[in-house]
Structures are given as structure tokens and as C-alpha cells.
Design a protein around this ligand. Structure first.
Ligand code: ACO
Length: 710
């Protein structure tokens, strides 16, 4: 049953009160009433102002309690100091949703007032949109409860925006571009209602085909990820996020942390969720407009029809960039375009009709694409020539577009002088997807393809998570925590690695020379030897490490040399012995990490490891836990992936084993929230079938008794 605070009521309220309605046209409280009246809201409008009287012919109520009808939504447009009082009045009137336009809350540091507002609203079963917003528009009830410029066209795009100023500017832009909206919601400080709440509603809203999110910062990212993953299986979702530039690394206690620039994590997680991220507002507008009208393709293969070879090549490049596949069955292309192809044209894709093609040739070629079920989309390119009459040409494009509109996606890119520019403006205002640039046109088609793949890929198959002994891991953490530490020592990290099911190099602690020789012989040469002493932190600096020991004699020499130089380095050091470790064979060095991200919660990372990790920043992130498919996708998305596939005659590496480690770390970070960072660096990946080796494992966790992170 619909409660008074259900989202449906926010978008289709029976009555809306405007608290702070004013007869003064210069005030926000006037503009909201004016927009509501002008937009033809289907419910009742109740302006509230102690002075009473009338605004735009509507009776003004001195107080909310005087209203007799139901008030599902109250827009609060009174100064911050009056907001709590108004919330009290709304509670007494059983209001469902508060749309708090007022500024002066957490955005200026007034966090306490915002908390009080939300707590009071919650106590009385009300939800809060805002504060610090410009309002809400909903096409189904013709509700324009904003103080924007008005004149919003109804349509199929829902915009959810965190930026008020940009949101208001978008209203003007949507009108200028004849882009129809199903909803427009300003979320401002997101004190209660956030993107996830709104997406859940919009996913079921029959009017909404595309959701455009403008995000500045993510709160409660874990819920957002979950919601987005569901919604993108039903609707197109586009996001614009400000703050692409590099942010100072968060506590750089680990590579995973320092590599996790907020924007890179956002970018990767949006891709994981099937959300299309636009670079600019213009790109986002181009996409949402097309996505809201274009039919879904029935396959991947697009055909370019052009009257110029050069732009055909440009378009081919753009198709590669935006992931649009080109139809390439040559014999079929030759037959399909035989009738329209001049002798010196080319029926390869791009289909080049040459500069002497007539409008009729152009239309017939596009009809040929339309007629074939194995050609799934058309890209029509046109360079202005003396042979074309532009007036007739505009009509021709209109009719081609009409034939395609419900059947197949088509985009047009036209180049030429003033006449062409005018034609583009005209056709665009009618909703024809025409662009003055080939990259813009193909970026739009690419957005449809990406979203379509997501819509059709279905749910990820449930997988049995990798087995690991989480209880033992928690015991190790508890022991270290009891010592006031927030990091694990090497041998504790090795215990965790074993419980996780990771393969580490074999290692034996030897307390004297004989034991060291026995250990080396048990492990097998070559071995590495490292000093074990609580008093020596930087082992290499102290001369406490010897690599690549090939035989017994080398072990004897190294043992004595290590002891000598460590005691010279720190004469009072208590040396417990040496650790004899298997010398790890060379392979491809990668890094696998997982951490609690401040915005998104548990995330997993995979990247190219080794000494250049910080320079190359060749890493990918996903919200954790991750399935095997997602783990392999992460691995496949780094630039150095060819190294794992095997270059220059090298054999393919064991990608499956690396993916398994990513899954294990992802599951651990999602289940053990007390672990803040875990990192395997390097994870050496061997040839296919030979597995991986975790050379070093570091773990940071939320300690129980203070202490500092390493
Ligand atoms: N109930 C009903 N009416 C009341 C009450 C009350 N409890 N208290 C005051 N009023 C009346 C006032 O008398 C006034 O009416 P009047 O014009 O007849 O005198 C009206 O409500 C408005 O009150 P004012 O004190 O005149 O406040 P004003 O309109 O100047 O400002 C506002 C109120 C707009 C909410 C302001 O405090 C504010 O927060 N402005 C910023 C809004 C904003 O930018 N939001 C973010 C949008 S996004 C972006 O960045 C663009």
C-alpha cells in the first residue's frame, strides 16, 4: 500500500503547500507558486503566508492548519530559522514529503540544524528532499514546484541533480533543445532522499526512459551501486560527475589507497554498474536525447553511408573509439548497394556513394540498410556538394528518419556552410539526431550500444564464493588488535594469506646456522634469507637480506654476513634468527588490492605491479565482492593486459588464477569490514596452468585499542 511518504506521492501529490508563498514576484516563494500555476498542476495548490490574501488568483492560507484538503508535499521557502517551525506545522497536517528549498544548512557547515530537520521529519514519518534545492518537476502530475524559468517540456528524460545552479540552467537548455523531461529533481544536500531513492522510483516510472544524474559527491555509495546495477538492466542511465581532476591521494598507507584517486574509482564503478559517464553536459544531453527516442538495436553491426571518403575514414575511427562495430560481410555489401553504387564508389563499409551521389541515391542506400535484418544501425554522413538542394535534402532526411524512427537506430552527421548549419538546427529542434561533427554522432550511437549491451546482458549468474577461513582471519586480527596494532606483521599477514587460500613463497624460521641449512634444503635452492628481529625494521638497510642463494656454501656465508652486518648496524639488536624463503621465479608482476573506499565501501583493485606501479597507475577498480567474470574483466581492462596474454612469443599467463585472487580479496573486504586495506604486491603471475604467487601481503585494519597504522 502507498504510504503518505512513498515516492509516488512526491511525484503525484494530491495537494502541494508552498510555505513562504509570497505576493512579491521577486521572491522564490512567488516563483514556485507561479510555476505551479503555469504548468497546470493536476492537484491542489495551497500557498501559505501569515498575511493571507491571494497570489495569482489563488487563495493564500494564513497557516497550514487552515487547509482542508490533503497535503502530500510541502515546499518550504522560508528562511532557515523558520524551517523547523514549518516542519512542525507539516507534521501536524500529515504531510508526506518536505521539499526544502531553503539554504543555510550543512552546505555552510550548519550540520546540526540539518540533522534536527531530518530527525524531526523522520519522527513524524515525513521524507525530506533537500535542503538547499531549487525544487522538483514531475511530468505525470504537471507539477513544476521549482523556482526555475518554467516552460519545462514533458518527455522521457528524468534529471536528478546535485548542483542547483546547473540544474536551473539545464531547464533553459532542455527548452532550447526541445528535450522533454519526465522529471527533474534537485537533491541539494541529500540530507534524506538521495539518488538511490529516486532511481528506485524512476526505474518503475513508465514515462521515464533515461535517467541523467549530475553528481558532485557520493554519499552512501554502496546502496547507490546496488540500485544502479538493478536500474541499468531496465533503463538507460547517464551520469555527469564533476571533479575529474586528480585528488590528493587519501591516506597513502597502501598503494591501493594512493592509486584510488576518487575519480578513477567512480569511473570504473559506474562502468561496472552499466552507467554511461559523459564528459560534459553537452555530451550528456546528446546522449539522453538520443537514448530517449532511439529504438534499441537488434544487433551490433552498423553501416556507414557517406558521400565523402575522408569523413568515412573519420567515422571508422570514431566507431572504434566508441565501440560501434561495422558490418563487414563484403559480398552482401556489394549486392545490397549494387543499384546505387557509381562505378568509382565503394560498397565496402563505409559505403562511399562519392560526391556525385544524388539525394535519391542517399535515401535508397539508407533504405537498403533498413531492409536488411543483419544490418542493425545506420550512420549517414553527408558533405555539402553543389549537386544537392538543401531544402529538398532536409525533407529527405526527415522522411528517412521517419522510416527508421521505430525500427533501427540512425544518426546523421552533416558538413557544410551556413545552409547546412541552419538545417542542422532545424532538424535537431524536431528531434532528428543530426550533428555537425562525426564524433558527436557516433558517440551518441556508441552510448546506445553500451547501454543496450547492459540492458540485454541480464543478471550476473550467482557463483559460489571462493572458500576461505574467515574465522581464522578474524582471530589473527583480534590478536594483533589486542596488542594495540592496526596493521599485521609479516608472519600474521602470512597466516591470513593462508586462510584466504593464497599461495605464498615457502618460508621457514631458522634460529641457528644448522637450522638455516636444513630449511634451505627442505625448500630447495635458490633461496632468500632475511634477518628476523623486532629491533630491525628496515632489513635491507641493515644488510639483513641475501637473495638468490644457490647452495649450502652460499647459505653459510650469507648467514654469517647477515649476523655481522646487522649487529654492526644495531649492536643491541636481539636477533631471533633468519627466515629462509623460497626464491620466487620471475613472472608478470601484478598488484591486487581491496579496501574500504570512503564513498563506495568495499572495492577491489587489480593492476600492473612492480616498481613502476605508482608511475603507471595502470589499475582498475570494482565494487566488491566481484564475480569471476567481473574479476577477469578488471584484469582485461588494464593497459598492460597484453603482457598477461603473452607478447613476443611468450606464452599466455594464468589469468584465471589471478582472477581468483581478486575474488578472494574482494570477498574478504566485503565480509570483514574491520579490514580497511589488504594488498598483495607483487602477485607474480606464471604461465597458464602454473598459477600465481603472492610475494608480499600487507593488511591494515581498524584496531580495537588505538595504535598507528604502518
Ligand atoms: N510560514 C509561511 N510564510 C512565512 C513564514 C512561515 N512560517 N515565515 C515567513 N514567511 C513568509 C514571509 O513573510 C515572506 O512573505 P512576504 O514576502 O509576504 O513577506 C515569505 O515567507 C518568504 O520569507 P522571507 O523572509 O521574505 O524570505 P526570502 O524569500 O527572502 O528567502 C528563502 C527565503 C528563499 C528560502 C531563503 O532563505 C533562501 O534559502 N534562499 C536560497 C535558496 C536557494 O538558493 N536554494 C538552493 C537552490 S539551488 C541553487 O543554488 C540555485
Amino acid at each position: 500500500m502507498e504510504t503518505r511518504a512513498s515516492m509516488g506521492r512526491l511525484f503525484n501529490p494530491r495537494g502541494v503547500a508552498v510555505v513562504g508563498a509570497s505576493a512579491n514576484p521577486g521572491k522564490i516563494g512567488y516563483r514556485v507558486v507561479e510555476n505551479m500555476v503555469k504548468a497546470g498542476f493536476t492537484g491542489e495548490i495551497y500557498p501559505i503566508n501569515p498575511k493571507g490574501g491571494e497570489i495569482l488568483g489563488r487563495k493564500v492560507y494564513a497557516k497550514l492548519a487552515d487547509v482542508e484538503g490533503a497535503v502530500d508535499v510541502a515546499v518550504l521557502a522560508v528562511p532557515a530559522e523558520h524551517v523547523l517551525g514549518a516542519v512542525g506545522d507539516c507534521a501536524a497536517k500529515d504531510v508526506g514529503h518536505l521539499v526544502v528549498v531553503t539554504s543555510g544548512f550543512s552546505e555552510i557547515g550548519n550540520i546540526a540544524l540539518e540533522k534536527e530537520l531530518v530527525a524531526l521529519a523522520k519522527k513524524h514519518g515525513m521524507r525530506v528532499l533537500g535542503p538547499n534545492i531549487f525544487g522538483i518537476y514531475s511530468a505525470t502530475s504537471r507539477l513544476d514546484a521549482t523556482f526555475g524559468p518554467g516552460g519545462i517540456l514533458p518527455g522521457h528524460v528524468a534529471i536528478v541533480t546535485q548542483s542547483g545552479a546547473l540544474g536551473i540552467a539545464m531547464i533553459g537548455k532542455t527548452a532550447a533543445e526541445s528535450l522533454g523531461l519526465s522529471a527533474l529533481i534537485s537533491v541539494g544536500n541529500k540530507s534524506d532522499i538521495d539518488e538511490a531513492d529516486l532511481l528506485e522510483y524512476l526505474a518503475d516510472d513508465p514515462e521515464t526512459r533515461v535517467v541523467l544524474l549530475y553528481v558532485e559527491g557520493v554519499k552512501n555509495g554502496e546502496r547507490l551501486v546496488k540500485t544502479l546495477r538493478e536500474v541499468t538492466q531496465r533503463k538507460h542511465v547517464v551520469v555527469i560527475k564533476s571533479g575529474r581532476s586528480a585528488r590528493g591521494a587519501m591516506a597513502a598507507a597502501s598503494h591501493t589507497g594512493s592509486l584510488a584517486g576518487a575519480d578513477d574509482v567512480f569511473d570504473d564503478i559506474m562502468r561496472q554498474c552499466g552507467v554511461l559517464r559523459a564528459e560534459s553536459v553537452q555530451e550528456a544531453f546528446n546522449w539522453v536525447r538520443f537514448l530517449s527516442t532511439a529504438p534499441l538495436p537488434s544487433g551490433e553491426d552498423a553501416v556507414i553511408v557517406t558521400n565523402g571518403g575522408g569523413i568515412g575514414v573519420l567515422a571508422t575511427d570514431a566507431c572504434e573509439k566508441y565501440g560501434v562495430r561495422l558490418y563487414d560481410n563484403q559480398p552482401v555489401l556489394a549486392t545490397a548497394f549494387a543499384d546505387v553504387m557509381p562505378e568509382f564508389g565503394s560498397s565496402k563499409n563505409p559505403v562511399d556513394l562519392t560526391g556525385q551521389a544524388t539525394g535519391d541515391d542517399y535515401a535508397r542506400s539508407l533504405d537498403a540498410v533498413l531492409a536488411r535484418s543483419d544490418m542493425h544501425a545506420a550512420i549517414a554522413l553527408y558533405c555539402e556538394t553543389a549537386l544537392f538542394d538543401t531544402t529538398q535534402f532536409a525533407d529527405l532526411l526527415r522522411s528517412v528518419y521517419r522510416r527508421y524512427a521505430e525500427v533501427k537506430p540512425i544518426v546523421f552527421a552533416l558538413f557544410g556552410g551556413e545552409r547546412i548549419e541552419t538545417m542542422i538546427r532545424e532538424l535537431r529542434s524536431e528531434g532528428v539526431p543530426v550533428f555537425g561533427d562525426v564524433y558527436e554522432a557516433i558517440s551518441v550511437l556508441g552510448s546506445l550500444y553500451r547501454s543496450w549491451r547492459r540492458l540485454t546482458e541480464g543478471n550476473e549468474e550467482a557463483e559460489t564464493p571462493p572458500e576461505m577461513d574467515i574465522a581464522s582471519i578474524r582471530q589473527v586480527l583480534a590478536r594483533a588488535g589486542a596488542q594495540g596494532r592496526k596493521f599485521l606483521l609479516a608472519h600474521e599477514a602470512a597466516e591470513v594469506a593462508a586462510a584466504l587460500g593464497l599461495r605464498m613463497p615457502r618460508s621457514i624460521l631458522a634460529r641457528d646456522l644448522d637450522a638455516a641449512i636444513r630449511a634451505a634444503e627442505t625448500i630447495g635452492y635458490p633461496v632468500v634469507m632475511k634477518v628476523v628481529s623486532k629491533d630491525i625494521v628496515h632489513k635491507s638497510d641493515a644488510g639483513g637480506v641475501a637473495l638468490d642463494l644457490e647452495d649450502r656454501d652460499e647459505v653459510v656465508d650469507a648467514y654469517q654476513a647477515i649476523l655481522r652486518s646487522c649487529l654492526r648496524y644495531k649492536p643491541d639488536a636481539v636477533i631471533e634468527g633468519v627466515e629462509v624463503v623460497e626464491m620466487v621465479r620471475a613472472g608478470v608482476e601484478t598488484i591486487v588490492g581491496a579496501r574500504q573506499d570512503p564513498s563506495f565501501g568495499p572495492v577491489a583493485m587489480f593492476g600492473l605491479g612492480g616498481i613502476y606501479v605508482e608511475v603507471m597507475k595502470d589499475v582498475s577498480f570494482r565494487a566488491a565482492p566481484v564475480t569471476g567474470r567481473v574479476a577477469r574483466e578488471m584484469i582485461g581492462s588494464i593497459r598492460a593486459y597484453p603482457l598477461l596474454l603473452g607478447v613476443r612469443g611468450e606464452s599466455r599467463k594464468d589469468i584465471g588464477a589471478a582472477a581468483d585472487v581478486v575474488m578472494r580479496l574482494g570477498r574478504l573486504i566485503a565480509e570483514c569490514r574491520e579490514i580497511t586495506d589488504i594488498e598483495v604486491n607483487p602477485l607474480v603471475v606464471y604461465d597458464y596452468g602454473e598459477g600465481v604467487k603472492a610475494v608480499d601481503v600487507r593488511i591494515l585494519f581498524r584496531g580495537t585499542q588505538g595504535g598507528d597504522a604502518a
